[in-house]
Design a protein around this ligand. Structure first.
Ligand code: SAH
Ligand code: SF4
Ligand code: F3S
Length: 435
């Protein structure tokens, strides 16, 4: 008898990527083997996302494919983890007979027990949310590499009216600072060069003793050759102390992902975002003053209920005012159980599409302009590996998270810091030469 082999596929945000590593850590501790070969697996797990309808449709599509795997291998256990498991619960098993396990984000410790239930022909369902679970002492299973995600807090208490996350992830709770610093230290010893601290509202981190600025400073001080990033910040909890902490530590990246969602105060209010455009722009102003060279990215939603052309134009104006390096842009998707679900989804699909396209086009223009302004300037990248297109070129990222391609010379290798001069730019990529 070989050890039971588990294959896991991850969808959704980086929190899910980090959670999959926790799941693999738990399973390894229980004697399971992790495999990257789906055909060798005795257990297939999908760690899923519910944030928009199309995220869930992808999983239904995937389940249809996996029916075949089950007919090929009777006894194969198929499990749904993550936000869809939490949102749909036993409905998922009733609807999709091929699903054996439905385990939500706060029940992963019991996964080995649920897998046993499934091997014995039962269905394993674990969807309780917890006010305290942080998987603090679980060592995530990570391949060696340069970059790691570290989940520092879980859940969300913001209840934006469009969003399922507070329902799928439960209440906010933070890990103790010490456990996070230890994890950074272990990663540094293993040769990692970059960590990203993760939370749905990472800057509302609070462990009863330390706030997010304290945590960020403590992580940065572990190894000053290691870059520290963080995501996602909410404008409401963005303190001056945080800005000064970023400015004071060279290895905390000067890059802030600060979702704004809309440029219209009326829509922001309907979304329950708890800030105004004016307040948001003040944070941006202050950040630019305190952290020279700081850059921003954002999330935007097109076509929220009642959104008018005027609201859309305010969003475009805001984008021009901030000049984001990049943006994640979405069409509004009604989610059952949220407050906005009760509002009429009154922006027609083709209008939503057209507005989204307008936002995307503007962002491409802005990104291109920002990148072209960098031609002739110098910046340091952390080398990540060969470029996608050729082994003669390396790819690295600047502190501000921009991808730079450059010719592989002087034996530079992944993990090195290299100073480059930029000579060419597209909206997505920079090209540099070693100085
Ligand atoms: N906690 C983070 C990220 C939440 S999910 C934050 O507050 O910013 C990532 C993004 O998905 C959100 O920022 C939002 O832009 C988008 N999103 C969430 N719910 C959505 C919905 N129902 N329809 C469309 N986009 C949505
Ligand atoms: Fe969702 Fe808002 Fe929480 Fe972000 S802050 S996860 S958008 S409810
Ligand atoms: Fe999706 Fe859940 Fe993340 S809904 S965006 S996987 S928190």
């Amino acid at each position: 008898m070989h050890n039971t082999k588990v294959y896991i596929e991850t969808y959704g945000c980086q929190m899910n990527v980090a959670d999959s590593e926790i799941v693999m850590g738990i399973l390894k501790n229980h004697g399971y083997d992790i495999t990257s070969d789906i055909n060798a697996a005795d257990v297939i797990l999908l760690n899923t996302c519910s944030v928009r309808d199309n995220a869930e449709q992808r999983i239904y599509g995937r389940l249809t494919n996996l029916k075949y795997n089950k007919t090929q291998k009777p006894g194969l256990v198929l499990g749904i983890l993550g936000c869809m498991a939490e949102r749909l619960r036993k409905e998922l098993i009733e609807d999709k007979k091929i699903v054996d396990l439905v385990v939500g984000p706060d029940e992963y410790r019991k996964l080995p027990a649920y897998i046993d239930v499934a091997f014995n022909g039962g269905k394993g369902i674990g969807v309780q949310l917890s006010r305290t679970e942080t998987y603090e002492e679980i060592i995530p299973y990570r391949e060696d590499g340069l970059q790691a995600w570290i989940s520092v807090m879980r859940g969300c208490d913001k209840f934006c009216t469009y969003c399922v996350v507070p329902f799928t992830r439960g209440r906010e709770r933070s890990r103790k600072l010490g456990s996070i610093v230890d994890e950074v230290l272990q990663l540094s010893d293993r040769g990692f060069r970059e960590v990203t601290l993760l939370g749905q509202n990472v800057n509302s981190y609070y462990d009863e003793l330390h706030d997010f600025s304290d945590l960020l400073a403590a992580c940065a001080e572990v190894d000053n050759g290691m870059r520290v990033r963080f995501t996602t910040s909410h404008p409401q909890d963005f303190s001056d102390k945080l800005l000064y902490t970023i400015a004071e530590h060279k290895n905390i990246c000067n890059y802030i992902h600060l979702p704004v969602q809309s440029g219209s105060n009326r829509i922001l209010d309907l979304m329950n975002r708890s800030y105004t455009v004016e307040h948001y722009l003040q944070i941006i102003e202050k950040a630019k003053k305190i952290i020279p060279g700081v850059t921003f990215s954002t999330d935007l939603i097109a076509g929220f209920p009642t959104e008018t052309v005027e609201d859309q134009n305010m969003t475009l104006e805001l984008m021009k005012a901030v000049e984001y390096d990049g943006a994640y842009m979405f069409k509004y998707s009604p989610r059952e159980g949220t407050k906005a679900f009760k509002m009429e989804d009154d922006v027609p699909e083709e209008v939503k599409g057209a507005r989204l396209q307008e936002i995307i086009d503007l962002q491409l223009d802005i990104s291109l302009k920002i990148n072209r302004n960098l031609i002739g300037k110098r910046d340091t990248v952390l080398v990540e590996g060969f470029s996608k297109k050729s082994d003669k070129f390396l790819a690295g990222r600047t502190d501000t998270n921009k991808l730079v391609i450059f010719e592989s010379v002087n034996g530079f290798k992944p993990g090195d810091y290299v100073e480059l001069e930029i000579y060419k730019a597209t909206s997505a990529t920079l090209f540099g030469t070693v100085v």
